[in-house]
Design a binder for this molecule. Structure first.
Ligand code: KG4
Ligand code: ZN
Length: 397
């Protein structure tokens, strides 16, 4: 089956075309089209993501990106015939709040044939609701025009599956498979919007066992970066600085707290740590070395808490596999710390991290999530009821 997947939950607009041969989780996947636009430049001036701005950007980008992904997959074929008056009216009715999108979709369907797609997978939560609505309404519009069913997917399930998507044995082949995960598994999802520990009894059966009480891990990185006058997104920049500080053995700049390290539960809190960094900076202008040292002190504090809570959850639930996902899982230091800690304390546990390009938001992971939920597919008439759900939780499904 060929899946067109759409992701607009935060500040990345992404569309993919993924071919799935076989049934989940044993299928073989090929990424035939993958187009992504990051709004980093738009949001960097503000040090964070503004929902209204994110929405506007998604509206502008979604159709061009869809054309790009379809064209990469060889599925964008020009046609002569026009859109019926009735179809056009239904389309404008559906997208009455997104006029520009309605025009773009109408133009798309006037110019091109219905592509050979079997399923549209779209993120309907969690995320920023105005942003999510763009993807959801766009998916509904395409579903209606082309009479293709829709499967609403959970962004976090996407991050989990992205963590275990691997190349197959044949090096020259472009095909990918879901790793043979041993359950119970634990997902550590660390992104700009989320910090969660998910206990997976099997695929699709999840229980959230820990979460942040305030800032998400990535959000803490971004806010601390802002205090240090470092560019957005903060994670990679702090990571680079911290690595330099370690390489040069810079002395500790500030003794920072490890929030909730001994709280005896699996929850997190990062806002106190952020405040501690603010106090450490005060009104001073830090030198390069001081900035690097403080970046490292901060990254060390975050990492220690993440490792400890992942350790505790592994103990509590007899975990056999750990899947790390979300933008922060790109952090080299966090990866290495988890790997070395688990090699020492739980050598029998396997850890998975997403491949490059799949740790931050993307649409490939949404195709995987959609494929894992084909039993929840909706016809284009039923798809009209899909709503964006900002607070959608994995356990709700
Ligand atoms: O998953 P993601 O792309 O978007 C959300 O769903 O939030 O995550 C983005 C977050 C940002 O906060 C960014 O600072 C963080 O991931 N991030 C990193 C690294 N690369 C991205 N944090 C730490 N180290 C990194 N190398
Ligand atoms: Zn994400």
């Amino acid at each position: 089956m060929v899946i067109l997947s759409i992701e607009t939950s935060c500040d990345e607009t992404a569309v993919s075309v993924v071919r799935a041969q076989g049934t989940f989780p044993d299928a073989t996947y090929t990424i035939e089209g993958n187009a992504l636009h990051s709004q980093i430049d738009v949001h960097s001036t503000y040090g964070g993501v503004y929902p209204a701005m994110a929405k506007r950007e998604h509206i502008q980008r979604i159709v061009p990106l869809t054309k790009k992904a379809l064209s990469q997959a060889g599925l964008l074929v020009e046609k002569e015939s026009d859109l019926t008056q009735e179809r056009q009216e239904t389309l404008y009715e559906l997208l009455y709040r997104e006029q520009q999108l309605a025009q773009d979709v109408a133009a798309l369907s006037k110019q091109y044939q219905k592509p050979d797609i079997d399923l549209i997978a779209v993120t309907h939560g969690p995320g920023l609701e105005p942003a999510l609505w763009v993807g959801v309404n766009f998916a509904k519009a395409l579903s209606l025009l082309w009479n293709i069913p829709v499967v609403p997917t959970n962004h976090m399930e996407g991050h989990i599956l992205a963590g275990v998507l691997q190349k197959t044995e044949k090096a020259e082949s472009k095909s990918l498979k879901i790793a043979p995960v041993q359950f119970p598994a634990l997902a550590l999802l660390i992104s700009g919007g989320h910090t969660e520990l998910i206990h997976a009894k099997t695929w699709g059966v999840y229980e959230k066992v820990g979460q942040t009480k305030d800032d998400a891990t990535g959000e803490a990185f971004d806010k601390v970066a802002r205090m240090l006058d470092l560019p957005y997104p903060g994670g990679p920049e702090i990571g680079k600085r911290a690595a330099l500080a370690r390489k040069n053995n810079l002395p500790i700049y500030a003794e920072l707290p490890r929030p909730m390290l001994h709280s005896n539960d699996l929850d997190f809190s990062f806002s106190g740590l952020k405040t501690a960094v603010r106090y450490a900076i005060e009104d001073k202008k830090l030198s390069e070395d001081e900035t690097n040292a403080l970046s490292r002190d901060f990254e060390d504090a975050v990492t220690e808490v993440l490792v400890k809570k992942t350790h505790d959850a592994t103990d509590t639930y007899g975990i056999q596999t750990i899947i790390v996902g979300g933008g922060v899982s790109a952090s080299q230091h966090i990866r290495e710390s988890l790997l070395s800690h688990f090699a020492e304390h739980f050598p029998e546990v396997t850890l998975y991290f997403p491949n490059t390009g799949l740790s931050t938001d993307n649409a490939v992971m949404i195709a995987l999530a959609g494929h894992s939920r084909t039993n929840q597919t909706l016809s284009s008439t039923e798809a009209k009821t899909v709503t964006a759900q900002g607070n959608l939780s994995l356990a709700d499904e």
